[in-house]
Structure formats: structure tokens, C-alpha cells
Design a protein around this ligand. Structure first.
Ligand code: PDD
Length: 275
């Protein structure tokens, strides 16, 4: 496979990265994961907009959006992947370790592709999850490379034999370690509002568009862990997890232990967007 780092396309096994890349020292950068279906990017515009926004939020100004699009487009042409994803990260730049930004702030771009298939089994059967305290920083709307809390809390799920960790602040559900969380109660779909406490997922936004189109009432309003446990349906969303039902939380069966009707309708609507 061909990857891209700091201006060059190379074979995967020939890519070497600069150890003074601030992505290493500080996680000083931002990233995106974009899905490829049938050799085409899904919602690329939205992901590129968010990349530029995240960059600007951390003071990487004027990121060349068209250059980013060019890199991912070229990479897709070179790798010719049918179904997979592309990872693109932008670090602040290269410079000796110093908390203050280097004078020369040329961003460094890394990008590569993966072949992945759709998570069809879990989209039918659902997954188990655990809950955990959300102790992340207060700029979760930035898709930062700094994912220490996310990886530590995801790992606890894996060790508990679960698939994802649902985070909450003082009992209010924010999002998953790498997903957004939705519940359905009495026919109404609910998810945390897109503020600084969550990443405004592109899949989240697509789900809300499907709800709109299918006349499924929805609210962007936070809910508690108690409301989660008591929900009629629960699902998580992300670029790679798509729309995946949750059937277990903290070892307890939730949402009747199976995929619900509204979740099914949302999955159908999402499917139509892909094909
Ligand atoms: N994660 N919330 C968090 C904290 C995330 O890391 C992600 C995505 C999402 C869902 O966003 P989207 O629908 O745009 O993928 C929500 C990516 C896939 C990752 O880190 O691999």
C-alpha cells in the first residue's frame, strides 16, 4: 500500500517519520477518518470541513483544504481500495521539543488507507458497553490527536469483554470513547447537543438527517445514565461503527437486548445514502 507523510507518497514499509514531529511529543495536531464505499469517499466534504475547523481551533490557521482533498484523492487513486477508510492527520509541525510552538509552523500531513468491511454482524446483533467517568478536557468538539482518556477508557471496555465505553459527566451521558450515543424513548430519538462536550460526528449528523427525512422526532438534548438504562433503544454511531445497536450496559441487558424498530429505520436510511 501507498502512504503519505510530509510531502511524499511512499510504499508503507518505506515511510519513516521525523521524531521531532510534534504529533509524537504532544499529540499536537488533529485528524479525520473517512469511509470509502465502492471506491468512493463518503461525506468527504463534511470531514474536510471539520478537519480545517479542528485545525483552526488549535491555532493551525489557514490549513490548505484543497491540498488535503488532493492528498486523499491521490491516495485513493494509488491504492484503489473498494471498501475501507482513510486516516489523515495534521500535526503542527516539526521542531525541537518545546511546549511553545516552533517558529516555523509548517503543518505536517500523514495519510494512509485501510481495507475494512462494514460491521454487519454487530449492526444486527448489537454490542455490549460499559459506562465510565468522562474526565477529558473541555474541547471535545476538536478532533484532537490527544486521545489518552479515550484509549484508556476504551481499553477498560475491552478488558471487561465489552465493545465500547459510554462516557458521562456527573451522570450525564456525553458520547462513546470513539462514537456518539443515541437513545430512543417513547418514539423520540435523543442525543447530546453538539457543544464542546462531544465531537459532532459526521455519522451523527447523517443520522439526524435520516430522522428528519423519515419523520422520526428527535431532540438534541442530553440524557442521564439512568435514562440510558431505561431507554427503549440505544445505538452508537461513527464512521467505522456506522449505526450499531447497544444491547448491554455494565453487564445489564438494555433495550430488550435486541435492535429496535427506530434503530432499524435509521440503519435503512443510512444504507440508502451509501448505495
Ligand atoms: N472516531 N466521538 C468521538 C470521540 C470520536 O472519536 C468519533 C470518531 C466520533 C464519531 O464521529 P464520526 O461519525 O465523524 O466518525 C464521535 C473515529 C472514527 C476514530 O477515532 O477512529
Amino acid at each position: 500500500k501507498i502512504s503519505y507523510y510530509n510531502g511524499e507518497f511512499k510504499n508503507d514499509d518505506e515511510v519513516t517519520v521525523d521524531y521531532n514531529d510534534r504529533a509524537f511529543y504532544f499529540g499536537d495536531g488533529v485528524y479525520e477518518v473517512v469511509r470509502v464505499y465502492n471506491n468512493e469517499f463518503f461525506t468527504l466534504e463534511e470531514h474536510m470541513d471539520r478537519l480545517v475547523r479542528s485545525a483552526s481551533e488549535i491555532g493551525i490557521d489557514n490549513l490548505d483544504r484543497s491540498r488535503m482533498v488532493e492528498i486523499v484523492t491521490q491516495l485513493n487513486e494509488k491504492n484503489n481500495i473498494d471498501n475501507g477508510s482513510i486516516y489523515i492527520q495534521v500535526s503542527r509541525g516539526i521542531g525541537k521539543r518545546n511546549h511553545a510552538y516552533p517558529l516555523d509552523k509548517s503543518p505536517v500531513v500523514l495519510a494512509y488507507m485501510n481495507e475494512i468491511s462494514r460491521p454487519t454482524a454487530q449492526m444486527e446483533d448489537g454490542i455490549s458497553t460499559i459506562t465510565a467517568d468522562d474526565y477529558r478536557w473541555l474541547k471535545c468538539h476538536v478532533k484532537s490527536l490527544n486521545l489518552l482518556a479515550n484509549v484508556m477508557e476504551k481499553e477498560r471496555a475491552v478488558r471487561a469483554g465489552a465493545h465500547e465505553t459510554i462516557l458521562h459527566r456527573d451522570g450525564v451521558v456525553t458520547e462513546g470513547s470513539s462514537t456518539n450515543v443515541f437513545i430512543v424513548k417513547d418514539g423520540v430519538l435523543r442525543t447530546h447537543p453538539a457543544d464542546n462536550m462531544i465531537l459532532n460526528g459526521i455519522t451523527r449528523l447523517e443520522v439526524l438527517k435520516v430522522a428528519e427525512a423519515r419523520n422520526i422526532p428527535y431532540e438534541e438534548k442530553a440524557f442521564t445514565v439512568d435514562e440510558l438504562m431505561d431507554a427503549d433503544e440505544i445505538f452508537i454511531t461513527s464512521t467505522t461503527q456506522e449505526v450499531t445497536p447497544v444491547t448491554e450496559v455494565d453487564k445489564k441487558t438494555v433495550a430488550n437486548g435486541s435492535k429496535g424498530e427506530v434503530t432499524h429505520a435509521i440503519q435503512e436510511g443510512f444504507d440508502e445514502k451509501i448505495h
